[in-house]
Design a protein around this ligand. Sequence first.
Ligand SMILES: Nc1ncnc2c1ncn2[C@@H]1O[C@H](COP(=O)(O)OP(=O)(O)OP(=O)(O)O)[C@@H](O)[C@H]1O
Ligand SMILES: [Mg+2]
Length: 512
Amino acid sequence: MDTAILQFREVTKTFPGVTALNKISFSVEKGEIHGICGENGAGKSTLMKILAGVHPRDTYTGEVIFEGEPLNFAQGAIQQAREMGIAIVHQELALVQEMTVGENIYLGREPGGKSVINWHQLYSETQQILNRYQIDLPIGKPVSTLSVGRQQMVEIVRALSEDAKILILDEPTSALADQEVKVLMQILQTLKEQGVTCLYISHKLEEVFDITDRVTVFRDGEVVGTKKTSETSTNEIIAMMVGREMTERFPVAKRSPKEVVLEVEGLSADWSDAPGKEMLSDISFSVRAGEILGIAGLMGSGRSELVTMLFGECGRIQSGTIRICGEAVKICSAREAMKHGISLIPEDRKQQGLVLGQSILKNISLANMDRFAGFGSINKHEELNASEKMAKELAVKAPTLHAIVNSLSGGNQQKVVIGKWLMSEPKVLILDEPTRGIDVGAKYEIYKLMNKLAAEGVAIIMVSSELPEILGMSDRILVMHEGRVGGIVDRENATQENLMALATGMTAGGGM
Ligand SMILES: Nc1ncnc2c1ncn2[C@@H]1O[C@H](COP(=O)(O)OP(=O)(O)OP(=O)(O)O)[C@@H](O)[C@H]1O
Ligand SMILES: [Mg+2]
């Protein structure tokens, strides 16, 4: 095809113990938005890193032809790839937290050269880009003061500022609010009209179907096939990804909630000194043993603040009570929360959840040392067995449990965090966006685990932006709105529409 801007020819790449890519061949047309789907560990990010010069030429076999020429990057040629017009938004955020938004956007290519940085030009150019795409970001503020979603926007703007021929987006929307996703989709349409080619990787199939022209599916490092988006369906793509039909997205479970385990009454909390955080006022709810309480709400409505309150932020509480099994408690540290039987799988797993340089085994067992330590020694055998079982249940893809977490694919890193907290056998398990960045097959496994824990009597709180997931898994749904409880709805009475109405503060027109 001579309109192809990019061709992969039998690209093969191995890491110790893993064939990440096995003879990958497909081509990308100039000006198309080409989706790439596949389970966690299928090889998507690895291929994109070859394209972006992260993995140099001598670390893979086969050819990548870009505009008719084979890529031939040496070690450390990331800048060269950029100059050729290949821009990438990596799956993992790569911003310098102490630097401002503007500095991050121009990192490595400051106008005026490295020694004399022309700050005025830098900021005015950044502002122009923001204006052009109608994006609102505080360019003079340090990145550390921004929410993860806003940081993701900074990465996107950085890629946009490069005047790329190919824009690679690797899970760009995992932390974006709905409104920001809409802005991004608009931007991609505009770029497409300008002839920019886009490679779009996402586990959110709705987005893939919204925006792409064609989709290529990977499985275990191989290409299963390429489809025109208009001629395929979500079910077909899922079947190609997981290698089998998957008609049910949510496992069915009959739940019978028992006694109240956690009770929150009239809780108000002050987050005013924490930039970007929402105050909480007068929050009341309870969760029973064996029940799943979903927490919905728009980004910034106080969902994450609420769950972190339950996990050691007692200093912020102004009034109200938290009771566990009927007893009022004061939870001032994560350790205290865990002592009371509360576990939290945090939203920002990369920063809060993992020691990247350590093995899977250590990461899973670290939080659970009490369990494996007896009489001053660690029961290595038990530690290994239990961790192995957990890794297997979550289908963590890695050569061994001793693999360093940093070498795992994005989704598999998430599974390790989840495994670590599930092993702590909590009374109350809080999951903040548990399936973000996780493939459909593994999502199903996580839902099954949640059902299993509920059946064993664990009280589960699940915060999620995915309404289908909220509706598919919760017994009751608490909707947050501007730091307050917008409403609590039973599953039987919940619909996407009435949840949205509560989340946006509109009184639902009947039916509530
Ligand atoms: N630097 C590395 N060292 C060792 N193994 C690696 C490294 N990078 C990736 N791998 C392995 O290569 C395989 C493919 O990983 P990759 O990150 O490309 O998956 P992915 O399709 O992007 O998955 P996800 O959806 O979870 O992001 C995985 O088995 C992963 O563990
Ligand atoms: Mg990836």
